[in-house]
Design a protein around this ligand. Structure first.
Ligand code: C5P
Length: 218
């Protein structure tokens, strides 16, 4: 079996995680949630009171960090942090750490190592542009702002958080703008990515389309 990398990038709330996980399961591929990696390092640093600009401290955390990604579980030094990393208190701080060149370099290397010898669906912001520019199958999954806010509201509701649609829309707008405008690995579609707008599609319709596209490459 040959290696095959499928990248799914896109803004917050576009349905990347669900689509990536289920696409991987349909294809029998592994799944990598790179947002979870940035979230986990954020959690590790916040717990220790480490500032994202303190490179020496960051080095320490990154070297000692044992991060295991076994979708859908994320283990940080043996502890299952899958739920803790989705808390709004983490979401609002990830940016600080995702902007750090040191953190990004570490993550990019870890992601490439993870992919060796695998058939993989990997999702994030920079998978098709920076981490796997040679991937044969690239998607940029997006949806209208209002649709994305509604989807996030449902998702958060499932974990017991009640947040208004306006607040969510504003938060997402800020986060996407920051992701798009940062100098390192900004959020944008790779030139050879197919842009999939899921605003008017059901999850199954999105999956059918992605699956068909990947199968054409197999
Ligand atoms: O996808 P998720 O919402 O879990 O990502 C959390 C944050 O991590 C994003 O807003 C982005 O700032 C950062 N991220 C990133 N590069 C990736 C994945 C996520 O910078 N490949």
């Amino acid at each position: 079996q040959t290696t095959l990398i499928v990248t799914i990038d896109g803004p917050a709330g576009a349905g990347k995680s669900t689509a990536a996980r289920q696409l991987a399961s349909r294809l029998g591929f592994d799944h990598l949630d790179t947002g979870a990696m940035y979230r986990a390092v954020t959690l590790a640093c916040l717990r220790r009171g480490i500032d994202a600009r303190d490179e020496t401290a960051l080095d320490g955390v990154l070297t000692e960090m044992d991060l295991v990604l076994e979708s859908p579980h994320v283990l940080l030094n043996g502890e299952d942090v899958s739920l803790a990393i989705r808390e709004p208190a983490i979401t609002s701080r990830v940016k600080e750490f995702a902007d750090s060149a040191k953190v990004r370099q570490f993550m990019v290397e870890a992601q490439r190592r993870f992919a060796v010898g695998r058939r993989l669906v990997t999702e994030g912001r920079d998978q098709g542009t920076v981490v796997f520019p040679e991937a044969p199958c690239k998607f940029f999954l997006t949806a209208d702002e209002a649709v994305r806010a509604e989807r996030r509201q449902v998702e958060l509701g499932e974990s017991g958080h009640v947040v208004s649609l306006t607040a969510l829309r504003d938060q997402q707008r800020t986060r996407d703008q920051e992701d798009r405008e940062r100098s390192l690995a900004p959020l944008r579609p790779a030139e050879d990515a197919e842009i999939v707008d899921s605003s008017d599609l059901t999850l199954d319709e999105v999956l059918d389309h992605l699956e068909q596209r990947v199968r054409e490459q197999m």
